[in-house]
Ligand binder design. Structure first.
Ligand SMILES: Cc1cc2nc3c(=O)[nH]c(=O)nc-3n(C[C@H](O)[C@H](O)[C@H](O)COP(=O)(O)OP(=O)(O)OC[C@H]3O[C@@H](n4cnc5c(N)ncnc54)[C@H](O)[C@@H]3O)c2cc1C
Length: 541
């Protein structure tokens, strides 16, 4: 049997392990942490493994996810699969400090009125009509641009430039530009128009597709609802797991990897190696010989990361808010949250060691540079305690409407992502997240990187899903496994999905492909408003 060593037990590594083990490979996973799941893992908040669980940040699964959901459907859990632990959200609350709450339905609309309501977050009635018209033109441009134009032109322009945010209303900027920061910690000024635009459209299509749930989340802590049953299933398939086993590097000889050096000084071998560590760790594995054989590996260290980390507030009451996300529109630290208890059916908080806890508000902060309202410091310059206090205050101000919903006496405890480690000057983040900055696509390697027995399976690999997410980590794991299969003559490879866009747009994309190859601009560049923004793009064609 071909022996495969997987370095890193996050979503990418576990996916590769599954696809390979199911096809008869002999797989061993080496994970630095004592738990599997990487950024998606949940963990006990104290020494009691059966006690309350904390998370790096809550997880959501929008409608366009295919790969990760397919994997979940194949992981047994009781009489069904772990995919049965996904539950649909119903509404997003947009809380503001200066205007009444807005609630956007996330369920698929059933009536014309429902459809119009569903479109509200994007085309809200408070946007000037000129802005709405311009946005529609931009989206039409994006949707009818051929793949080459998206990769070679739109990846080199920021989302901010592409939607001409500078010259638009404040409402437009808040709704369409800065909203990306809460979603993926990606500032619109630096985020690629190609990535943000494509994902924005996917989210919108997901909202309008009556056949798929718009957005789902898990019905319990991630490890209980998904990762632990996954590891158990893989063990049944014969996968060997080594937790708390950080790998220091590869031994390379004759143009291929010949072994692993572990941090404890021991050594491990294998016929094939899958590198599934995060983007900031991967460059340490690229020896000069590997960089010479596969120049793409050298460019990984040009990829950029940003901070996006979570905190859970344990409350003595279940604060339901909306059945879905909350977005805190003017929070300087770009906060979003989920009130988890209502979704965690079958998860008895009373059995988790604390009789006082009745509710959990899980919050993610995505802006670590802007000063806060209590200490007037950016999050990265605060202590852990200050971060918790500051986030709590920002939430309180947003939820303090006609009725006060969040009060200090509700708070029992909090758990801040342990990846945030205190320094003399605030905190350092040991688990940053890849961001798709302008032009980053050319620095992202494929899973099959051109080294005889090495593949890459992590969220920074070039994938159809593109955005750093569990979906792209899963797709990368599949692509890595498929490369190994091909090398060893296994024909039955894992399925890879394209991002779906309406078929009716195909003729327009074909027309644009011809124009692109002739060096001509996109045909939609006909109106004055488009011409101003796209003159730059046209010049590059
Ligand atoms: C706060 C937050 C919220 C998020 N929310 C969502 C969401 O709702 N939906 C979504 O789709 N995505 C979300 N993401 C993104 C998603 O979690 C990641 O993109 C995805 O989990 C990455 O998986 P990965 O396997 O590529 O990498 P990781 O999860 O980083 O896994 C890599 C693994 O390698 C291990 N490792 C590191 N160094 C070594 C070494 N030397 N030896 C051995 N092992 C090593 C690490 O411990 C880790 O377990 C979120 C991210 C963050 C930060």
């Amino acid at each position: 049997m071909t022996e495969v060593s997987v370095v890193g037990g996050g979503i990418g590594g576990l996916t590769a392990a599954q696809e390979l083990a199911e096809r008869g490979f002999d797989v061993t996973v080496y994970e630095a942490n004592d738990r599997f799941g990487g950024k998606a893992r949940s963990m006990p908040i104290d020494d009691d493994p059966a006690g309350l669980q904390g998370e790096h940040g809550f997880r959501f699964f929008p409608a366009f996810y295919r790969h990760v959901v397919d994997t979940m459907e194949r992981i047994p859990d009781g009489v069904g699969s772990v995919a049965d632990n996904l539950v649909e959200t119903e509404a997003t609350l947009i809380a503001s400090t200066h205007r009444p709450d807005q609630v956007a339905e996330t369920g698929s609309p059933e009536s014309l009125r429902g459809w119009l309501e569903a479109l509200r977050p994007a085309f809200a009635e408070d946007l000037p009509s000129e802005d709405v018209r311009f946005l529609l033109e931009r989206l039409a441009y994006l949707l009818t641009a051929c793949e080459e134009r998206r990769e070679n032109e739109l990846d080199d322009v920021s989302w901010w430039e592409f939607i001409d945010a500078e010259n638009r209303s404040q409402e437009f900027q808040d709704r369409l530009a800065f909203a990306t920061q809460s979603l993926v910690a990606l500032r619109p000024e630096v985020g690629s128009a190609r990535t943000i635009g494509t994902i924005y459209m996917q989210l919108l299509f997901g909202q309008l597709d009556p056949n798929r749930p718009t957005e789902r989340i898990l019905n319990g802590p991630t490890n209980e609802a998904w990762i632990d049953p996954w590891v158990a299933y893989l063990e049944d398939l014969g996968v060997e797991f080594h937790p708390a086993a950080p790998v220091r590097g590869f031994e390379v000889d004759g143009g291929q990897v010949v072994g692993l050096e572990l941090a404890d000084g021991s050594r491990a071998g294998g016929d094939e190696y899958v590198l599934a560590v995060p983007v900031e760790v991967a460059p340490k594995f690229v020896t000069p010989e590997l960089a010479r054989i596969a120049p793409e590996l050298r460019r990984i260290d040009r990829l950029e990361t940003a901070w996006m980390n979570g905190i859970q507030f344990y409350l003595d009451e279940d604060l339901e808010l909306t059945r879905g996300h909350q977005v805190y529109a003017d929070a300087p630290w770009a906060l979003t949250s989920i009130s988890q208890r209502q979704f965690w059916t079958g998860y008895d908080l009373g059995e988790r060691g604390s009789d006082d806890v009745e509710g959990i508000l899980s919050v993610i902060a995505s802006d670590w540079e802007t000063p806060g309202i209590v200490y007037d410091k950016p999050a990265r310059r605060c202590s852990r305690e200050e971060i918790a206090t500051e986030i709590w205050e920002q939430l309180k101000r947003h939820l303090d409407g006609p009725e006060t919903r969040l009060t200090d006496d509700l708070l029992v405890d909090w758990f801040l992502d342990p990846a945030l480690v205190e320094t003399d000057d605030g905190v350092e983040n040991r688990s940053p997240l890849l961001i798709n900055t302008v032009g980053a696509l050319r620095n992202r390697p494929p899973a099959d990187v051109g080294v005889e027995n090495l593949t890459i399976a992590s969220d920074y690999v070039r994938t159809n899903s593109d955005l750093a997410s569990m979906e792209s980590a899963n797709e990368a794991g599949r692509r890595a496994a498929n490369a190994v299969c091909r090398r060893h003559g296994v024909g039955d490879t894992a399925r890879i999905w394209e991002l779906e866009e309406p078929a009716v747009l195909e003729p327009f994309k074909r027309q644009d492909r011809i124009r692109y190859r002739l060096g001509l601009p996109h045909p939609a560049e006909v109106t004055q408003s488009l011409r101003r923004v796209t003159s730059r793009l046209g010049g590059r064609a």
